[in-house]
Design a protein around this ligand. Structure first.
Ligand code: MGD
Ligand code: MGD
Ligand code: SF4
Ligand code: MO
Length: 721
């Protein structure tokens, strides 16, 4: 038995691990207590991964659908040859835009997957590359393009003195706090005097620790933020010198927020106006702060406007690094940052690139709208998607409007799903490719650099990096392929050249891979880290990962003339309008999104330890349960405008009355509904992708869904079983 250092690939937190390997099995996995960032932290998923890797249900070979609908194992080399042949036919008949690629949440599990996915899509000439980013928080990127981007980092996770979180629960989801040990990080910040404010209809794990928790009505974040801005402008609390030098539109903004008085906002959002004033004053008492909105506000139908107003608030508070400030994270396995104190030249936000011909949706700063994909598959005119390669995601579980998604996937000429498990999407695929994953794969933490640089609300505080060799061989008798190698081999079978960008681009030109001989994973990782601030060889020398301070980087003076836009005309028009807001109809409840520690979206559902309940309950306030005459464990039907699902009730006194809350990713196909006690059920069936949506990203309403909840005629469900 040997104990070795590695790191976890099961979610973006990237925890440092000590893994005990015995006979090619990870028999014990624990956090690395000596690690400076993770300080021993792991979660149940990470510790259980040895069992998950060895689980009988994990696919050991790729599968091909037969004409009778059943699946048979196929050698992966044969699967690639057949897929290439079918793609070639689609390419010659309909062109590259008929082929979509979808890279889901597990894009980050192996460091080389995302670059090779991008390299493959480029090699076949298809612009139709999609990700869950546009059904998550796409408003962040679009709003940044509308407001303007700063040439240096934000203060962010560098010892903030004030934190405002809206609908984000970092103690469970690892978003909104820096990657690492979220509980210890929060304790340290609070002990240092940091003020924490949380806006959430639910008293979440993090809300319990807040100085003020606004337990607001869902869907009211726009009013709340506009209310904060109004107080800050009226009381002249903003960073006046910064605003004077770097922004435009202050007068228009002042006029646009005029109607959002603290009293009026308090009434709409169901909060105390004095709390709003206290938060506005605390936010502006320092310029070391950050604000992060999670999925809650972003899924409430007006994500772009919400994020735009938050950036305006951020700029008014002056939370950007200035000339001379030290940059705490100038890159680790990425090229060194060269920060300047200036607003960068504009980049397009939306309305450019491809016009999808679906609900006026186009390319956006956050990528192509994934919510349009089912429509692109179901339409008869061009562009029509005829084939999709889906890797590390689960459209059937995750795309809004499950019924439409299933119809769309059924119509494809070719669906390839790369998945270690027979996920709901895999059951509809023509080929299921079984990947070699996690501790079986050599990896770097480069994706954490990427998230730090490209994500807002995601990232590391310090330039931490880690390398791990593969610790395990694939299970005996298996025929698996790493995701990156699948894309490489598929491009090769199609006679295409793949290029990848080193050090996260764009400082160096993309490097063409040798297509005559497949490089090793370590060769690819070396290329990806060429030109990085910290050489991969230095990172490899430290077993277990470390913070690499390197040469200090300071923000240089800026010379640009560009200014932040405080009052984008379209955003100001949306502020007074109703677009993106649901109609309440006769529904008594609003269904909220929520996440749980022991699963990752739809991943690990069904593979949970037996001590954990296998389904996703619908949580209700105990007083609401009394008025519905329900008790814990009762079976209900949840109904929206779009459909109904069965669910099991659980009391949750942390909810605001009139709201219900439920995780997604559970359940499988509609035909599996009778099994809801064992697999849960899927709220995606309650969503529509073309009724209420953010008009820029196309992101549908995915929280604050008007629903009704009634005791189910359980006999019907029992009979179905
Ligand atoms: N353990 C674990 N971690 C995960 C995941 C997982 O499944 N499990 N999923 C990962 C993914 S893909 C993502 S995107 C992140 C998401 O990370 P978070 O954004 O932190 O996700 P949630 O925990 O769902 O928190 C959303 C919160 O928004 C609140 N909310 C709902 N509607 C509204 C609203 O209208 N306004 C406001 N202010 N709040 C609202 C909900 O009550 C809930 O507490 O987590 C990631 N991390
Ligand atoms: N109703 C509702 N819908 C939502 C959300 C919500 O809150 N409510 N959240 C949205 C958000 S924020 C997101 S990010 C999307 C997520 O959308 P997706 O990324 O499409 O869905 P996931 O459930 O994360 O898919 C994970 C898949 O990866 C597989 N997998 C696990 N490990 C690996 C691996 O190492 N390699 C590969 N290749 N595959 C692996 C799992 O078996 C699973 O099938 O869903 C969105 N949809
Ligand atoms: S939080 Fe859990 S799943 Fe995420 S990296 Fe850490 S151990 Fe793995
Ligand atoms: Mo997400």
């Amino acid at each position: 038995m040997t104990a070795q250092h590695s790191f976890c690939r099961l979610c973006l937190n990237g925890c440092a691990l000590i893994v005990e390997v015995d006979d090619n099995r990870a028999v014990r996995i624990a956090g690395d207590k000596d690690n400076p960032v993770y300080r021993g932290f792991t979660c149940v998923k990470g510790r259980e991964q040895g069992r998950l890797l060895a689980d009988d249900r994990r696919l050991r070979t790729s599968l091909k659908r037969q004409s009778d609908g059943t699946f048979r194992p196929i050698p992966v080399a044969d699967a690639i040859a057949e897929i290439a042949e079918r793609l070639d036919a689609i390419l010659s008949a309909h062109g590259p835009s008929a082929i979509a690629g979808y890279l889901g949440t597990f894009f980050a599990a192996s460091a080389a997957t995302m670059p090779l996915f991008g390299g493959f899509m480029e090699a076949i000439g298809s612009p139709m590359a999609f990700s869950p980013g546009t059904i998550d928080k796409p408003g962040k990127k679009i709003a940044q393009a509308l407001h303007g981007a700063w040439g240096a980092p934000a203060v962010g996770f560098d010892d903030p003195e004030v934190i405002l979180l809206l609908g984000s629960n970092p103690l469970i989801t690892f978003t909104g706090f820096p990657y690492g040990n979220p509980g210890k990080w929060l304790n340290d910040r609070l002990a240092a005097g940091t003020k924490l404010f949380v806006v959430d209809p639910r008293r979440t794990d993090v809300a319990r620790r807040a100085h003020i928790h606004l337990q607001s009505r869902p869907g009211e974040d726009v009013s709340i933020i506009a209310g904060l801005i109004r107080i800050i402008l009226a009381e002249k609390l903003y960073d006046a010198a910064f605003v004077e030098q770097y922004t435009r539109g202050l007068a228009e903004l002042t006029a646009a927020v005029e109607e959002f008085t603290a009293e009026r906002v308090g009434e709409c959002a169901g909060i105390d106006p004095d709390d709003l004033r206290a938060i506005a004053r605390a936010l502006t008492a320092t310029r070391r702060g950050y604000i992060n909105a999670g999925t809650g506000p972003n899924m409430a139908g007006r994500g772009t406007l919400t994020e735009y107003l938050l950036l305006v608030l951020h700029t008014l508070c002056g939370y950007w690094l200035r000339e001379g400030d030290k940059v705490r994270h100038p890159g680790a396995l990425a090229a060194t940052l060269t920060p300047r104190a200036e607003v960068l030249p504009r980049t397009p936000a939306y309305g450019f690139g491809i016009d999808l011909g679906v609900r006026s949706l186009t390319s956006t700063a956050a990528g192509l709208p994934t919510a349009a994909l089912p429509d692109l598959m179901l339409r008869d005119d061009e562009p029509r998607i005829r084939a999709m390669i889906s890797c590390g995601g689960n459209p059937v579980a995750a795309w809004p409007d499950q019924t439409k998604t299933i119809a769309a996937l059924d119509r494809l000429e070719l669906l390839v799903q790369i998945d270690p498990w027979m996920s709901a999407t895999a059951t509809l695929a023509d080929y299921v490719i079984a990947p070699q994953i996690w501790l079986e794969v050599a990896g770097t933490s480069q994706v954490l650099d990427w998230l730090t640089r490209n994500g807002t609300g995601y990232g590391q505080a310090d330039p931490y990096a880690q390398y791990s060799p593969a610790l395990l061989n694939p299970p005996p008798g298996s025929d698996l392929i790493e995701e990156w190698a699948f894309f490489y081999e598929l491009a090769r079978a199609l006679g295409r050249q793949v290029r990848i960008s080193p050090a996260l681009g764009p400082a160096m030109p993309p490097i063409p891979l040798d297509m005559s001989r497949r490089p090793s994973t370590d060769d690819v990782l070396e290329i990806l880290c060429r030109g990085a601030r910290i050489p991969l060889s230095d990172v490899k020398m430290i077993d277990g990962g470390a913070i690499f301070p390197g040469h200090p980087v300071h923000v240089a003076a800026g010379h640009g003339e560009e200014r932040f836009e405080l009052a984008d005309r379209q955003m100001m028009a949306d502020l007074s309008g109703e677009t993106g807001r649901p109609r309440s109809g006769n529904y008594r409840f609003r269904l909220l999104c929520r996440r749980m520690m022991h699963v990752y979206n739809s991943a690990f559902v069904g593979a949970l330890p037996s001590s954990i309940r296998p389904y996703n309950p619908v949580c209700l306030h105990p007083d609401d349960m009394v008025s519905l005459v329900l008790v814990d464990g009762d079976v209900v039907t949840i109904t929206s405008d779009k459909g109904s699902i069965p669910a099991i009730v659980a009391a949750d006194p942390t909810l605001r009355r009139g709201t219900a809350s439920m995780s997604f990713g559970f359940g499988r196909l509609p035909r599996d509904d009778p099994d809801f006690r064992r697999i849960g059920s899927n709220p995606a069936r309650l969503l529509s992708n073309d009724d209420v949506y953010d008009s820029y990203s196309g992101q549908p309403l995915m929280t604050n869904i008007p629903v009704d909840i009634r005791a189910a005629d359980t006999e019907i469900f029992e009979e179905m079983q």
